[in-house]
Ligand binder design. Structure first.
Ligand code: MOS
Length: 734
């Protein structure tokens, strides 16, 4: 028995200690199963509290005012006029309150000046009133004047200011010469439009200052970063900011960083000394949060007579506001997916006065893989090879640019097992299968998504009554975090799911990676695993057996010849904190998730309408933590793939750059009728020993990466029309 004092450990296990694949010798049988989400019943009954629903006494409401010019400065705001309206409490305007991130930090620009306008739709003021209707009315009638600058660049194609960011050019070998002498080559150009993240839950914040500390209920993905951003915007210490985000209704990148409503609500609540709620309207979500940049991509591919790539070039042009650091990493996956000695990459960023570009659903691969995978289809045809065959011939042995070895990589298996399951051998020549009024065809594409580990901490407490608590500031943005962390704890400590509580989404808890870039489950899950491993070690010590010989199942510990309930081993709670950070894992491998997408489409022979008939995605992502939530993530990604292939497109007014279709009626995300039966197959026997202590890789974004390419290729196979400007709306098909 352990002595009476609660025991706390900071667990710092090395990767080597976890290499025997600790999780594979556990006995509970919970991890990897299709366990239901613990938070599911709360969500489907509408009782899970989302940010905007947080209710406090004396709540005032703020409504943001959007700029109606493209570029210039606010010259005057008639605050008195607005204040005279019923219920209006305050009008806030000016930098740094609602500043553009490009203008620097609050510390760099502390003076309160009327805001500069960088794009149409930018938040420039906040009106706070007793009720939502009063705030909205005052905001929409706010009398203000501008000093507008004429002639702002709003079109990336003609923008005068362009640059190539550092590190976004690679010239290896001689691509032009290799193209010249190649047996087969393609030099082709694809375009993809801007995308909106389009989360179901609009951005919302309820801010309240209690004893000089901000308590903000918001919808955010990465709390430790969001605390830092908010503290900076408000000019306070990070310790004076606490964010609560226990439930988040989708993020898709738009809630990675703090959005204007949080700064506005926090600032107003402090100034007015009462709680303030600000919720973005749907059109404000489109305009005031990040968009994905449109891209123009040139692909140059060449191969020899055996179908081996000799040259691979991927150039892209994207856009963002002047001085913004983010540029859609279009060619990210192209660097390591296929071989080819002669390589050329170059990115151009056009500076335009459109809304800010940032991370949206698999930044990089989601759109880069559309062009790469369609171009591979073009090359396969030029070389007279089956597209799967061409891909299989070009899986490199080591990273083609830095020679790093790959960690677990199931690309070949995904392609071949997927082909078998999908019935790929039944695919015919382009425009050879007419069924009624529909041309039917099949397409394939590889899937790849960079894998990233983010620093994460988590605390696990095991109580003598055999219940456990897992705490971290990690978020569940609909992805299934509550479920997978329950499973990791249950598996490691031998507890059934109903004896485990998982607390998330509070920035006062141990700081995790947060949710983004497909790193959440593996990073935060690894921290939880390490904490639980520490508890196992302590239990083994208490039981007097080696950890390897300890079996924990259903609240009982078996070791040596004895089987005892946990309450026999401990009299006080054991608390362990797990900590994982990128340096803990190897830098000596190229680590990514892989997969293959298969699509069958029908193209209407008169209208050019495309319907996806069925889709299969096969994915290799190391250990699967929860079969159901993992498959769900794949389905979500594939559905976004249908969107980017066929319907999604941000449209900007050519004269002023405004987003014209800033609502879900005119910006078309796929609905149920657009989505056929989806089949997602996971290679569940794979483990990636290099990725992290739990041998799992990200899956959130792999499902979209390549999916639209498979649909584009299926359209070509169906009707013989190669669509190179996405989305493939009927006007582009025929
Ligand atoms: Mo993501 S686009 O990193 O939420």
């Amino acid at each position: 028995m352990m002595d009476g004092t609660p025991k706390a450990f900071d667990v710092a296990l090395t990767m080597d200690e976890t290499q025997p694949r600790v999780l594979d010798r556990m006995a509970q049988g919970l991890l990897g199963t299709a366990m239901d989400r613990p938070d599911g019943p709360l969500k489907v009954t509408g009782t899970a509290p989302y940010a905007a629903e947080h209710s406090v006494d004396g709540l005032a409401t703020g409504f943001l005012v959007r700029a109606t010019i493209t570029r210039g400065r606010v010259a005057h705001v008639n605050v008195e006029g607005a204040m005279a309206l019923d219920g209006v409490l305050a009008v806030f305007t000016g930098d740094p309150l609602l500043r553009n991130p490009a203008q620097g930090t609050a510390a760099e620009a502390p003076e309160q000046v009327l805001p500069e306008v960088h794009y149409l739709g930018q938040p420039i003021a906040l009106v706070v009133a007793e009720t939502f209707e009063q705030a909205r009315h005052a905001a929409q009638t706010l009398d203000l004047t501008y000093d507008a600058e004429e002639g702002a660049d709003v079109d990336p194609a003609t923008a005068t200011e362009t640059e190539t960011p550092k590190g976004k050019r690679l010239d290896q070998g001689d691509l032009a010469a290799a193209m010249e002498v190649a047996a087969h080559s393609v030099d082709t150009r694809y375009t993809t439009p801007g995308h909106s993240s389009a989360p179901m839950e609009p951005h919302a914040s309820v801010a309240q200052w209690i004893d000089g500390r901000l308590e903000l209920h918001g919808a955010y993905q990465m709390l430790k970063y969001n605390v830092a951003e908010l503290a900076d915007a408000l000019g306070v210490d990070e310790s004076a900011v606490r964010i609560h985000a226990p439930y988040v209704g989708g993020g898709f990148g738009s809630k990675l960083g703090i959005a204007p409503e949080a700064v506005a609500a926090a600032h107003a609540a402090r100034e007015l000394d009462r709680p303030v709620r600000v919720v973005l309207t749907r059109d404000q979500v489109f305009e005031m949060t990040m968009r994905r940049s449109e891209t123009v991509q040139r692909l140059r591919l060449a191969c020899n007579g055996e179908g081996h790539l000799t040259a691979l070039g991927h150039e892209d042009r994207v856009s963002n506001l002047p001085d913004e650091g983010f540029a859609e990493p279009t060619a990210q996956g192209t660097h390591f997916l296929y071989g080819g000695e002669n390589r050329f990459f170059e990115q151009t960023v056009a500076r335009v006065h459109r809304s800010c570009a940032g991370s949206v659903r698999a930044p990089g691969e989601a759109v880069g893989m559309i062009a790469l995978e369609c171009a591979m289809d073009e090359l396969a045809e030029a070389a007279g090879l089956d597209p799967i065959d061409l891909r299989l011939r070009n899986i490199p042995d080591t990273h083609p640019e830095d020679d790093l070895p790959y960690s677990e990589r199931g690309l070949a298996r995904c392609l071949t097992e997927g082909a078998e399951r999908f019935g790929w051998s039944g695919r015919g020549a382009p425009a050879s299968r007419l069924e009624g009024d529909w041309w039917v065809g099949m397409g394939v594409a590889s899937a790849v998504r960079t894998n990233i580990l983010g620093e994460s901490k988590a605390r696990v407490t095991l109580r003598p009554d055999g219940t456990a608590l897992c705490e971290t500031d990690m978020t569940d943005i609909g992805t299934g975090t509550y479920a997978i962390l329950t499973q990791i704890v249950g598996e490691m400590l031998g507890l059934p799911r109903d004896r485990i509580e998982v607390a998330l989404g509070d920035s006062d808890l141990p700081k995790s990676s947060g949710s983004g870039g497909s790193w959440g489950a593996q990073s935060c899950g690894s921290a939880v695993f390490l904490a639980a491993k520490g508890i196992r070690n302590a239990l083994a010590e208490a039981a007097g057996v080696a950890e390897d010989d300890l079996t924990l199942k259903d609240g009982f510990a078996t070791g040596g010849n004895t089987r005892r309930p946990l309450s026999d081993l401990i009299t006080d709670p054991i608390v362990c904190e797990g900590h994982v950070q990128p340096g803990d894992t190897s830098d000596d491998f190229s680590i990514a998730g892989y997969g293959a997408h298969f699509a069958e489409v029908g193209v209407h022979r008169d209208t050019g309408e495309v319907r996806v008939r069925r889709m299969l995605g096969v994915f290799s992502i190391g250990r699967v933590l929860n079969h159901k939530t993992a498959v769900s993530q794949c389905h979500g990604g594939m559905i976004w793939g249908i969107g980017s292939a066929l319907t999604e497109e941000l449209m900007h007014d050519r004269s002023d750059g405004r987003i014209v279709n800033h609502n879900l009626a005119e910006y078309h995300v796929p609905v149920s009728l657009d989505v056929p039966q989806l089949d997602a197959l996971l290679l569940e026997d794979t483990r990636d020993d290099e990725a992290n202590p739990i041998q799992a890789k990200g899956i959130g974004e792999l499902g979209i990466s390549g999916a639209a390419g498979a649909i584009g290729n299926a359209i070509y196979n169906a009707c013989g029309v190669r669509v190179r400007d996405f989305p493939a709306t009927p006007d582009k098909v025929f």
